[in-house]
Design a protein around this ligand. Structure first.
Ligand SMILES: *Cc1c(COP(=O)(O)O)cnc(C)c1O
Length: 382
């Protein structure tokens, strides 16, 4: 990179062919203020100094890629996303490594999923390389915001929304691609505790042919009332069933699920198969690989509430956990349903749940070998 006397410069990176990534000088908070926010960052409360933004215009393609200071967006009140929800997002993390470098975890998988989500919502996909360039540039610029405390991370939120000022119903002609980042504390700072879940029998998350297998904002809007119902019933999270028979378990909130059958070295894992109404989680995919490497059989198939309930009663189902980027692995304890409540295990997180959780965290934080090359080095060792 070359510095100039101007307050913006063109980095050596191209966003897409012919469109350089322009890096502006951004206002930075003091080291003291940053240290204070990194001490107990929580989740999604504080944001780093910079943000990435690029614009798409039909006929021109992607233009005007910039790293700028974190600031409000200016949108026309008729911007299409605000009315018809052409809006998608991703979530991934950057991890401080023991050698002082910073790495993201499987960013290419997020890039590919983001493009798939865009196509499903009739939006122009961000090229996968451009997605990675934008994420890398933001993490590199705000490397001081990657926390180094135990199990702390920098959560990265890329998103794309339709901004064309037009109220007609059709795919918009203008979009923004934005990346912001937020330091995140350990998900379970006081030890891992199982969550209680409520089986949603009134509402569904996703129906065949719908948008359940992509990360669009509307899926989340439609899930909030069921989540409130779960809380009102004294539970932490909602568990979604299939829309057609309301019989098969699909997901927990915004996380995928695994069931452990048996115990010890012979324990098997079952995770609901990707029928088109489940979000294909990158954590889910990573855990399937890790569990197989540890010698466990992993099956992707439909798994019914009856099988779950009967399995817990006769001891076949020994553990249940949910997984996703934010929490990695969350054990499931109590299950509440109109058709009868039941408990998984003894109220403590199961041994395979905890082993898989520790192993994946160790890979992400660079404490064990990374045989699949899942870590992508963004900032070199200091
Ligand atoms: C994002 C998400 C997941 C988890 O995906 P990861 O890639 O593992 O973070 C699971 N279910 C839903 C509905 C999601 O939106």
């Amino acid at each position: 990179m070359t510095d100039t006397l101007n307050d913006s410069r063109t980095s050596s990176a191209m966003f897409v062919e012919g469109v350089p990534l322009v890096v502006e000088d951004v206002p930075r908070r003091s080291a003291a203020e940053r240290a204070q926010q990194l001490e107990d960052p929580g989740f999604g409360r504080y944001f780093t100094d910079s943000m990435f933004i690029a614009r798409y215009r039909a006929g021109e393609g992607w233009v005007d890629a910039r790293l700028i200071g974190y600031a409000p967006l200016q949108l026309d009140p008729s911007a299409a996303a605000l009315h018809y929800a052409q809006s998608i997002f991703e979530g991934l993390k950057a991890y401080a490594q023991p050698d002082g470098s910073v790495a993201t975890f499987r960013p290419g998988s997020n890039a590919a999923r983001f493009a798939r989500s865009a196509r499903r919502l009739a939006m122009p996909p961000v090229p996968e390389d451009a997605f990675r360039t934008a994420v890398d540039a933001l993490v590199d610029a705000d490397r001081d915001w990657v926390p180094t405390g135990p199990d702390q991370t920098l959560y990265i939120r890329p998103y794309q929304l339709a901004v064309e000022p037009f109220l007609g119903v059709r795919p918009a002609h203008e979009y923004l691609f934005v990346v912001i980042a937020s330091p995140a504390g350990a998900y379970f700072p006081r030890g891992v505790h199982p969550v209680s879940v409520y089986l949603s029998e009134d509402y569904i998350r996703a129906a065949p042919g719908g948008t359940g297998d992509v990360k669009c904002a509307g899926n989340y809007a439609a899930s909030l009332l069921a989540q409130e119902q779960a809380i009102a019933a004294g539970c932490d999270q909602v568990v979604w069933l299939d829309a057609v028979e309301k019989r098969y378990v699909e997901e927990m909130g915004g996380m995928n699920l695994f069931f452990v059958l048996g115990s010890g070295a012979d324990a098997e894992l079952v995770t609901p198969e990707l029928t088109g109404t489940l979000l294909p989680g990158i954590t889910r995919d990573s855990l399937i690989t890790v569990a197989r490497e540890l010698g466990h059989r992993v099956t992707e198939r439909r798994f019914s509430v009856e099988e779950w309930r009967a399995g817990v009663a006769d001891g076949t189902v020994t553990e249940t956990f949910a997984c996703g980027t934010a929490a990695v692995i969350t054990p499931v304890g109590a299950v509440k349903a109109r058709t009868g409540d039941f408990l998984v295990g003894d109220g403590e997180p199961g041994p395979l749940t905890m082993q898989l959780r520790a192993h994946l965290l160790d890979v992400q934080h660079g404490r064990v070998a990374d045989p699949h090359g899942w870590l992508h080095r963004v900032v070199p060792a200091s």
